[in-house]
Design a protein. Structure first.
Length: 214
């Protein structure tokens, strides 16, 4: 049986050493005893689990959900449970796509407004686009934030952290699932505590906008 140091196991599975430590702390991996030299040694089975977790995360599943799948797989076939989780992800994605399509139509309609410079209005495009004659959308537009961006073709247009494919909603979901800021930062080397705070501020702004538009 092959044995790996934490660095070797992380490299083989395509994750970071900090992610391995986090998965251990969450019970996704058994805690390994240290050798006389002070190293923890991991097995092929551990590397397989690490790769499985990485693949689950790529589908947007939180660690708690992946842990449930692993536990079920120990005594049963978990694909039915996994299918239900992925179906929920599709519902969320479809809702986001529908919102973005609605927003796109609203913007297209706004750009068709004939602008009369002598009308004295602030901006006819905005004023008429928010009138009841124009299509409505459930999208709540939030002011740009330094650490958050939306890029075409990345995560279905979801707000992501600048320079990454990590969606703001992923971090919010992990927080709701009980992960701490420290654990999220350990699991995602690209992120800092500032990114987590930005996610919370994003959610707060969105809720304020929803309240204002209600």
């Amino acid at each position: 049986m092959a044995s790996y140091t934490i660095g070797q196991a992380a490299k083989a599975a395509g994750v970071t050493c900090r992610a391995v430590r986090l998965y251990e702390s969450k019970g996704l991996l058994p805690t390994r005893e240290r050798t006389k030299a002070g190293y923890r040694l991991f097995t092929d089975a551990d590397v397989e689990v690490l790769a499985f977790v990485r693949q689950g995360r790529s589908l947007g599943l939180c660690l708690a959900a992946i842990a449930d799948i692993i536990r079920i797989s120990e005594h049963d076939v978990p694909c039915g449970h996994t299918d239900a989780l992925l179906a929920q992800r599709l519902v969320e994605i479809d809702a986001a796509i529908a919102d973005l399509r609605g927003l796109r139509e609203t913007i297209i309609a706004a750009r068709r407004v004939e602008v009369d410079q002598s009308s004295g209005s602030r901006c006819a495009m905005i004023e008429q686009a928010t009138d009841s004659n124009w299509p409505r959308t459930s999208v709540v537009v939030v002011e740009p934030m330094p650490l958050i961006e939306v890029r075409d073709g990345v995560r279905g247009g979801k707000p992501c952290f600048v320079g990454t494919r990590i969606a703001v909603y992923d971090v919010l979901e992990y927080l709701a699932g009980g992960m701490t800021t420290e654990q999220i930062v350990a699991d995602f080397p690209e992120l800092t505590e500032a990114h987590v705070r930005a996610a919370l501020e994003f959610a707060a702004r969105r809720e304020r906008r929803l309240a204002e538009s209600a």
